[in-house]
Write a new protein. Structure first.
Length: 173
């Protein structure tokens, strides 16, 4: 009988079932895990690849503004929030007409979005890119996105850099 030739082994190259070394097995598992994590982050993300970024200025104590932010995030927008002590100063700096004031002001692209504007109006604004300064839902209407109450249909107003206003869209909240 001949004696079988023995292979030297170290802890890093110890063979497991099937003749694969532990090192090769660990490298392979790390590659599979990394690929899975990348796939999950790309496919499992709730944010579309073309997500727009909205910057919001609001009072730190305003809960309904936070609800509007959450509403827009659920619809795929990236939202950056700035808590400010004087939201009206932001509105003035962006040229929002006094009659259109609400509790928070947002900027998306080159447009201003004032108040609890439904996402459908924001989507139309971004799609059509009209020659206006922004859109607004004046006041804090009950049931509008971020506000308590049953949702309804809300008249969103467009405004120009000169302060002229006109109906933009009636959008469901």
């Amino acid at each position: 009988m001949s004696e079988q030739k023995k292979h030297p082994t170290t802890p890093a190259t110890k063979r497991v079932a099937g003749g694969i070394s532990r090192r090769a097995l660990m490298i392979g598992l790390a590659g599979v895990a990394g690929t899975g994590a990348l796939g999950w982050s790309l496919l499992g993300s709730s944010e579309p690849a073309n997500a727009q970024t909205i910057t919001v200025w609001k009072s730190s104590t305003c809960g309904c503004c936070g609800e509007w932010v959450s509403y827009m995030r659920r619809r795929g927008y990236r939202v950056s929030v700035n808590n400010v002590s004087d939201p009206d100063a932001i509105k003035r700096s962006f040229g929002v007409p006094n009659a259109l004031y609400s509790c928070h002001t947002a900027k998306i692209g080159n447009y201003i979005v004032e108040g609890h504007v439904p996402e459908a109006a924001v989507a139309k604004l971004l799609e059509q890119q009209p020659a206006i300064k922004g859109i607004a839902l004046p006041g804090m209407p009950s049931g509008s996105p971020g506000m308590d109450g049953p949702p309804g249909v809300y008249r969103v107003i467009a405004f120009s850099a000169e302060g002229r206003t006109q109906r933009y869209i009636d959008a469901r909240g």
